[in-house]
Design a protein around this ligand. Structure first.
Ligand code: DX5
Ligand code: ZN
Length: 234
């Protein structure tokens, strides 16, 4: 097993070739990905539809990398068990998706997965203050959720920094991920603000060489996936 280096890179399958999803997962795993990010959209919480638990289950045997399942669905509770059983290691729900986020996060933990919370661009960091003790991942949307290939919202950078402070004060080991418009130009802005996980769709799957694409997201464009890139801020 290779040593963990930061930032972690989580390619988003949304930008992969949908006719070859299994191979696309294997390809980024070979190229040094840390997590596989799977975007679940319901055409209700977000204006797009992607795929459901059956696809997650079918893809599960293709890699041992953690499946980071980003649920853009409402209501979320009726589907948590299906995604946990399909093999999700981490289940991320939106703070905006329902009135009982606290219960949903407890349920995810009870199902044996790591709970994560996601904030849309319009949501302030303080909105998640009362659930920080329940989560292992905080995800800042740097675009409005629903589509890949959108432009990075620079307005979210101060929010990333504030959430990093909140994590430090919590004393808990919580990952701070960013999702949307991450490329070689925006990745350093996000990591400097305090993110330690970069989720990238187009900037990985939209390029011919996945290893080079992920290296370009790491500080200094380092090409050695074993290198220590950025220590996880405490
Ligand atoms: C958007 C999704 C993202 C998306 C990112 O709702 O949550 O994960 O795939 O795509 P890029 O990296 O192309 O902005
Ligand atoms: Zn996502």
């Amino acid at each position: 097993m290779r040593p963990v280096s930061y930032p972690l890179i989580a390619p988003s399958l949304l930008a992969a070739d949908f006719t070859r999803l299994g191979e696309e997962i294997e390809a980024v795993a070979m190229a040094g990905a840390d997590w596989i990010h799977l975007d679940i959209m319901d055409g209700h919480f977000v204006p797009n539809i992607s795929f459901g638990p059956a696809v997650v289950k079918a893809l599960r045997p293709r890699t041992t990398l953690p499946f980071d399942v980003h649920l853009m669905i409402a209501p979320v509770d009726p589907y948590l068990e299906a995604f946990a059983k399909a093999g999700a290691d981490q289940i991320l729900i939106h703070i905006e998706a329902g009135p009982h986020t606290h219960r949903s996060l407890q349920l995810i933990r009870d199902l044996g997965a790591k709970p994560g919370i996601v904030l849309c661009p319009a949501t302030p960091p303080e909105a998640i203050a009362e659930v920080m003790d329940l989560v292992d991942v905080i995800l800042v949307m740097t675009v409005n959720p629903g589509f890949g290939g959108q432009k990075f919202l620079h307005s979210q950078l101060p929010k990333i920094a504030r959430l990093r402070d909140m994590i430090t004060r919590s004393g808990r080991a919580i990952h701070l991920a960013v999702d949307g418009g991450i490329d070689a130009a925006t990745a350093p802005l996000a990591t400097r603000a305090g993110a330690d996980v970069l989720i990238a769709g187009s900037a990985v799957y939209g390029r011919p060489d996945y290893a080079a694409a992920m290296a370009a997201l790491r500080p200094d464009g380092a090409t050695d996936p074993q290198a220590e890139y950025l220590p996880l801020p405490r």
